[in-house]
Design a protein around this ligand. Structure first.
Ligand code: GLY
Ligand code: MN
Ligand code: MN
Length: 382
């Protein structure tokens, strides 16, 4: 990663700590200016900190046990295992290499000195990693800077947007090609496998989450995942999936029907599609995520499907598929150019079917760009 970009990211995090301290959190005011170093400490897979990759920009490497330390002046350093030394070198950051657990402690102490106030990314730090930091620095004050890290990550720079766009392009393409595999008798897990395979073949490193492939009544459960139901005529086929490309996520949902959609299925589909457009149209810099959710929810609640939209309108995406913020009427989230999030209303009729339509949206200088472009017209597979 360009050192200038890294330095901007680091400074954005430290500026966020100061900004929040100006808010109402009295305790934070006390230590906000004192944080000497922020430590991102990875545990073992899958408990590696996305913040570590925000700082390093590394696209390869596992980095279990690795430390990224960042400083208020915009500089940083890494303590990494010899197992990914070559990948670590590509980051251009100062390196401290360890070869085993014993050496890990020594290298961390040597690299970090003896800081008095340490920031941690509590959101992604495991408890045992926290204890390791306590053990190394029993005298230090340890403070959680998660909010500042999340806020910094919420607004993407051009390199991040490029990666997200490619992740979205791959997922959109998979949404189009998977239609060929939808037929009577195909099982939910087969379509999930097909999506994963297609995306990885197109350059993704893997899924951004386990695909949801839900047929018929299973589609009425938003977080169903995938079972072994065989598709039957009359089923709604709900596919919610995404990939990681150079560590950045996409997230898309398309719902289609096997056979002719009945009157209710058609009405629900058109209602969700219209609700989604209301959400997308509401996105512009200066708008608030809470209002986007309210507009979508109010519209659905004005139809016969009142109360059947049972989750948030969306969530930010980035290094994680759920990248820190929800688009929800209870959450104040001023929208800024460079933010990327999903707009994904749904209507769920338990025991019958559900419809969700989800796209990834970039806030531009004057509105919104839809990054997932797979078609959304009602699709009946006859
Ligand atoms: N896969 C769950 C979601 O779309 O947020
Ligand atoms: Mn999704
Ligand atoms: Mn989503």
């Amino acid at each position: 990663m360009d050192p200038g970009i890294r330095s901007q990211r680091i400074k954005k995090i430290y500026a966020g700590i100061e900004e929040e301290a100006e808010g109402e959190d009295g305790d934070k005011e006390e230590w906000a200016g004192d944080v000497e170093v922020i430590i991102f400490l990875n545990a073992t897979e899958p408990h590696v900190d996305r913040g570590f990759f925000y700082i390093t920009g590394a696209t390869e490497g596992v980095f279990e046990g690795a430390v990224a330390a960042i400083y208020p002046d915009g500089n940083g350093l890494l303590v990494v295992s010899m197992l990914e030394e070559e990948t670590a070198k590509k980051t251009g950051m100062p390196l401290h290499i360890y070869k085993d657990r014993e050496e890990w402690k020594e290298r961390v102490r040597e690299a970090l000195g003896n800081p008095g106030v340490i920031g941690i990314h509590g959101e992604e730090l495991t408890y045992s990693s926290y204890l390791k930091i306590k053990d190394l620095y029993p005298e230090a004050r340890i403070v959680d800077v998660t909010e500042a890290v999340s806020h910094a990550r919420a607004v993407k720079d051009s390199g991040e947007i490029e990666r997200i766009k490619e992740a979205c392009r791959i997922a959109s393409r998979a949404a189009e090609t998977v239609v060929e595999a939808v037929a009577e008798g195909v099982r939910e897990h087969e379509l999930a496998a097909e999506l994963s395979y297609q995306m990885q073949k197109m350059g993704a490193s893997g899924n951004s989450f386990d695909p949801i492939s839900a047929f018929g009544p299973n589609s009425a459960e938003p977080h169903y995942l995938a079972g072994d139901r065989a598709a039957k005529k009359g089923d709604a086929i709900l596919l919610d999936f995404g990939c990681n490309y150079k560590r950045y996520a996409s997230d898309i949902t398309r719902t289609m029907f096997l056979g002719k959609a009945d009157r209710e299925q058609r009405e629900v589909y058109e209602t969700v599609l219209h609700a989604q457009q209301i959400g997308i149209d509401a996105v512009e810099p200066g708008a608030n995520g809470a209002d986007v959710d309210r507009k979508v929810r109010d519209y659905i609640d004005s139809t016969p499907y009142k109360g059947k939209f049972i989750h948030s309108t969306g969530h930010s995406i980035g290094l994680s598929v759920h990248d820190g913020f929800a688009i929800n009427h209870k959450i104040d989230l001023p929208l800024r150019e460079g933010m990327v999030f999903t707009v994904e209303p749904g209507i769920y009729l338990p025991g019958r079917f559900g419809v969700r339509i989800e796209d990834d949206i970039l806030v531009t200088s004057n509105g919104a760009e839809v990054l997932t472009t797979a078609p959304k017209d009602l699709l009946e597979i006859l």
